[in-house]
Write a protein that binds this ligand. Sequence first.
Ligand code: DC
Length: 218
Amino acid sequence: MQATPDLFVIAIDGPAGAGKSTIGRALASRLGLQYLDTGAMYRAVTVAALRAAVPVEAEESVADLARRVNLEVSDRGVFVDGFDATVQVRSDEVNRAVSTVAANPAVRAEMVDRQRAWARERSGGVLEGRDIGSVVFPEAALKVYLTASARERAVRRAMETGGDVDEIAVSIETRDRKDRERADSPLTEATGAVVVDTTGRSVEDVLDQLLALLEGRR
Ligand code: DC
């Protein structure tokens, strides 16, 4: 299934802790659009594998699960075949396993189809992830690559989760490396993406910049 250029899509990509969710949600609310956290979809497939006791390395079996699983990622939370996995998707166990699931090309193909269908049903939206501007919606109205210093990204995550900053720094660095080095749809700055460094900046400040960018393109 191909991406369609006639949708109003805003693509937000970048490494963990760069502010994608906060900015994505705020931007969607300001523009009256819906928001999709695509990372939560890969996390939900990981939960499905863990619950079915399928090793995340078992590519075929995990791909099969990904094609069959009923996923809901919305304001209500994350549901995997009706099971409320909202808390579990953020667990250390899932943090450790999710980049293996996200590197599985057949899982990615299935998730990309679902993400495009989600946007088509809504005539667009704000989608946040790693490959939205490069693969899912290369024709997006605005493509943003959000980043921040490694330290600030770890501190933000620690504030969200109450964990140890140094441990979190290692965990997100490991995940980012896997996301950047995988063969299929690695984390990268999409062609035409605006790179926005959020280090030391407020949400409002970043939001104003993105809204001005969007205004300039209209
Ligand atoms: O954004 P996050 O930390 O919840 O993402 C979880 C994992 O999924 C992370 O390893 C990156 C990967 N991911 C991806 O490969 N492609 C996306 N569009 C979104 C997330």
